[in-house]
Design a protein around this ligand. Structure first.
Ligand SMILES: CC(C)(COP(=O)(O)OP(=O)(O)OC[C@H]1O[C@@H](n2cnc3c(N)ncnc32)[C@H](O)[C@@H]1OP(=O)(O)O)[C@@H](O)C(=O)NCCC(=O)NCCSC(=O)C[C@H](O)C(=O)O
Ligand SMILES: [Mg+2]
Length: 285
């Protein structure tokens, strides 16, 4: 698993120098310089050069990754070759459908780069297990809700009813392989209440963070996907309860008016680990 907070994952078109410059100072957890959906065909090569230059120059508060074009497109192989020279910490693969696509990029990158796979096509939904358990390991699964809705012919309302079952499957596939699950984008830039509702829905599904498209969305995602103080305090209570010598042989304990099982201990430890990662990242700023 990527030991880095991933509450807010901001896409930035690599073809937009003003946005790339702005992204350097933003308080999102991850910046993804996009070479794919956000970049027009005629701008692909210049965007690739700009992304490589930005990765090399560094200076971002956030962890920086690059979303390449699909390996099967006209630009994918050249993107991978160029990025292998500058070794970003993260590469996001769009429209992954088979493990072979991940292996090809992993090989080209020499195994040094974290890989995240986007699930954006009906075929990918039926190959989730193969993708999540690819032997060239990935660190996260991300639904591409815009592409997915178009490919399915789904009409998404505010509650995302038509794709809820697929979102749950993507979280399940991520958990099978101990990966992160990062929720898809919310397109209505000016509707921060709607974004907060969708972040809460994503967090309830088990997603670890949200894909974003505009700086104004960062604070909402950071708040929604950070463990809150009450949850952290409760997790500490659970760890403490199970660490007493009396609890060693127990599968279940009582904390106040609630039954707590050993499976909750694992959950509490995960929550504390992500809280600690966040505190550590904040202390480095
Ligand atoms: C959607 C936008 C085109 C809107 O841009 P614009 O109208 O220019 O926004 P503002 O005028 O409000 O911008 C204010 C300032 O903020 C900067 N800005 C805007 N967006 C970003 C950003 N994403 N990252 C960094 N900085 C940003 C502007 O440059 C302004 O700066 P300044 O003038 O210096 O103050 C635009 O927001 C945008 O392009 N967003 C990202 C779009 C994108 O990357 N899309 C592809 C990924 S999403 C996706 O496709 C997921 C998946 O594949 C799927 O299928 O679902
Ligand atoms: Mg897409």
């Amino acid at each position: 698993m990527t030991p880095h907070p991933c509450r807010s994952v901001l896409f930035v078109p690599a073809s937009n120098p003003r946005a790339v410059a702005k992204a350097k100072g933003l308080n999102c957890d991850v910046v993804i310089l996009d070479l794919e959906d956000a970049v027009a065909p005629d701008a692909k090569e210049a965007a690739r050069d700009a992304a490589c230059a930005a990765v090399q120059a560094g200076g971002f508060r956030a962890m920086v990754g690059v979303r390449i074009n699909s390996h099967d497109s006209d630009w994918g192989e050249a993107d991978t070759r160029a990025l292998a020279e500058v070794e970003p910490r993260l590469i996001v693969l769009p429209k992954v459908e088979r493990a072979t696509q991940i292996k090809a990029v992993s090989r080209a990158m020499g195994g040094h780069t974290s890989l995240w796979a986007m699930i954006e096509t009906p075929r990918a939904l039926f190959n989730l297990e193969e993708i999540a358990q690819c032997e060239a390991p990935i660190d996260a699964l991300m639904p591409g809700v815009n592409d997915l809705a178009v490919a399915l012919g789904a009409k998404l309302g505010p509650d995302r009813e038509p794709i809820k079952s697929w979102l749950a499957m993507i979280v399940a596939a991520a958990r099978v392989s101990n990966n992160l699950a990062i929720d898809g984008v919310y397109n209505s830039i000016d509707n921060l209440d709607g974004l907060a509702t969708e972040c809460a829905q994503g967090a309830a599904f088990g997603f670890d963070g949200k894909s974003l498209i505009h700086p104004s969305q960062i604070d909402t995602a950071n708040a929604a996907f950070a463990p809150d103080a009450a949850a952290v305090a409760h997790a500490r209570e659970i760890v403490e309860a199970f660490s007493s010598p009396d609890a060693e042989a127990l599968g279940v304990v009582r904390i106040d008016d609630r039954m707590v099982e050993r499976l909750h201990l694992e959950q509490a430890k995960r929550l504390l680990a992500s809280h600690d990662a966040l505190v550590e990242a904040q202390s480095r700023e």
